[in-house]
Design a protein around this ligand. Structure first.
Ligand code: GDP
Length: 319
């Protein structure tokens, strides 16, 4: 069993590579829910949706979120009615939010609603929200205390960041199966997701860090940082706000309690050498995921470093 910890965009690209290499039943994806928010009265779970869509092979790869080829008639109609429209919801995507909200209102848990929707979309891998309890990423800025989506989507992550907190995390519990999945994994992979607002909330749920420290599986992370910048998005500013260097050293620091191997870009080989002399295994390759081949190549590198037998077993199964 392969376990992946992930957020939405960068994480979905990596999961897209993994799904081409391993049988779906062998993949468990633990997903950030710190960005979940209410929109038009509906419960939206952006990272869970991106991972569900990529595993169902319906994610829009141009946008990196939402359903491929979706239309936006409802969004326009809501705008015409004077409702907020800064969070883009496609029409097919809306169906997911409607169904999830219906299932939750009937008393289903977020895990149950997630697996129900995934199954209906033909997903055979296991998708686990990090927790069924509300953990909300809050970004403190000079303009006020913002939810992640307000900071990221509404305000285009232009605000300076004072600090980041995960409201509700200390009282939260991991969702069912999360700790067992990590404990019994053959490989644990940390996607090239934002270390502060995608992986950070997962690690803030009590028990998850401990499970990563004690699992027998190797923990391998792919860096979302190349040189001194994020490949995309606000990770750099958020890392600075959390006192982390914007570099592969900062990523190693964020995951220091459990990380066995870091996959970094070829252009970071000098920093990789100094991290290696400190005892961390660092593997350098081209970590930009532009094409399907890139995604598969990086996923293969991560699996090979974590547990080469997995690929050998999958290859045998495919014969
Ligand atoms: P979010 O929930 O939408 O913020 O998605 P993630 O946290 O999963 O992904 C955002 C992170 O992915 C950013 O920090 C980017 O630097 C990283 N990222 C995006 N594309 C790539 C890529 O092609 N390669 C690598 N290594 N990182 C990437």
């Amino acid at each position: 069993m392969i376990v992946v910890l992930t957020g939405g965009t960068g994480g979905a690209k990596f999961v897209d590579g993994l799904r081409r290499l391993v049988p779906p039943e062998e993949l468990t994806v633990i997903v950030n829910t710190g960005d979940d928010h209410e929109w038009w009265g509906l419960y939206v779970s952006p990272d869970v949706d991106s991972i569900t869509y990529v595993l169902a092979d319906i994610l829009s790869s141009e946008r990196g979120w939402g359903v491929r080829g979706d239309t936006f008639h409802c969004l326009q109609a809501m705008k015409d009615l004077g409702e907020p429209a800064w969070f883009s919801v496609g029409d097919r995507d809306l169906a997911t939010h409607l169904l999830r909200t219906k299932l939750l209102s009937k008393g289903q848990t977020l895990s149950d609603a997630t697996s129900y929707i995934a199954e209906k979309l033909g997903v055979r891998s296991r998708i686990l929200p990090m927790s069924e309890m509300r953990v909300e990423t809050r970004i403190d800025t000079p303009a006020g205390d913002l939810s992640f989506e307000e900071y990221f989507v509404k305000r285009w992550y232009q605000d300076p960041v004072n600090s980041v907190r995960f409201a509700g995390a200390s009282e939260a519990e991991p969702a069912p199966e999360v700790l067992e999945a990590i404990a019994s994994a053959q490989a644990v992979l940390i996607a090239p997701s934002n270390p502060v607002t995608s992986i950070g909330p997962i690690l803030a749920v009590p028990g998850i860090c401990g499970a990563l420290e004690t699992t027998q599986a190797k923990v391998v992370a792919v860096s979302p940082i190349i040189g001194n910048a994020a490949v995309s998005g606000p990770a750099a500013n958020l890392m600075i706000a959390q006192g982390l260097q914007v570099s592969i050293a900062g990523i190693a620091e964020a995951y220091r309690d459990f990380l066995d191997v870091l996959i970094a870009d070829d252009s970071d080989s000098a920093s990789a050498q100094s991290l290696s002399s400190g005892g961390l295994q660092v593997h350098c390759t081209n970590i930009l995921m532009r094409s399907s081949d890139d995604k598969t190549r990086i996923a293969r590198a991560a699996l090979t470093l974590a547990c080469p037998e997995i690929l050998a077993e999958s290859a045998m199964g495919n014969q």
